[in-house]
Design a protein around this ligand. Structure first.
Ligand code: PRP
Length: 209
């Protein structure tokens, strides 16, 4: 049995569609109910819906053999897993944003509000910039508007949230997309099965041209 952790929500549905197209279908998953675990015994597959930011925990600890997580989560939590494939979906970027008139003159400690404290810390450390990281859990865009921070480090997808709050991107930190991740022990003992899944999923990845 291969256990696969899918990120609950819109991204997860796209991910499941890729697994399905690759031949790893599990029809019961499409029944509209509140169940979290679905099995295709014939194919030896078990899927479960996990909060997106928890997928790497399930995979790291072996409760799932395979999972799909955003690169943002992998960079932030640095789980001990193998990242085997960029699925080319869930594309967005991690960016520094601020009020339009904000200019960093480097004179005083930069106040940075973010859900991604580790990513933000590493980014400014590389730049040699003094920072005060303010860890928030959501609605990050409020922070510079209310003067809680100078900038935010957050995910930008369409840019609508920033625009509607009169903020703008100042710098891109890193591009983000969904990655197929694998538990290290599972990869050792189920190598052939997992490599086959990765190969079949790779065929479903759409390349930009
Ligand atoms: C994310 C991110 C931004 C928004 C960006 O928030 O934190 O707020 O999406 O998307 P956009 O560029 O397309 O507007 P999410 O919906 O995950 O909610 P939260 O951060 O408030 O939890």
């Amino acid at each position: 049995m291969i256990n696969i952790a899918l990120p609950k929500g819109r991204l997860g549905e796209k991910v499941y569609a890729m697994f399905e197209a690759a031949g790893y279908d599990c029809p019961s998953i499409k029944e509209n109910n509140r169940k979290l675990i679905f099995e295709n015994a014939e194919k030896g597959l078990r899927y479960f819906w996990v909060k997106p930011s928890d997928v790497s925990i399930y995979v790291e600890r072996g409760a799932a053999d395979i999972g799909v997580a955003g690169k943002d989560i992998l960079l932030e939590y640095e789980p001990e897993i193998y990242e085997l494939l960029d699925l080319g979906i869930g594309k967005c970027r991690m960016a520094v944003a601020a009020k339009k008139d904000f200019r960093d003159n480097g004179e005083r400690t930069l106040k940075v509000a973010t859900k991604f404290a580790n990513i933000a810390r590493q980014y400014y450390a590389r730049l040699g910039r003094d920072m005060d990281i303010i860890k928030l859990n959501g609605s990050i865009e409020l922070a510079p508007i209310l003067g809680l921070s100078d900038v935010i480090v957050d995910i930008v997808e369409t840019g609508t949230t920033l625009k509607e709050n009169d903020l703008e991107v100042k710098e891109t930190v890193v591009p983000i997309s969904a990655r197929l991740i694998v538990n290290k022990t599972a990869f050792k003992f189920k190598t052939a099965q997992i490599e086959r899944i990765v190969r079949d999923m790779k065929e479903q990845v759409k390349t930009d041209d």
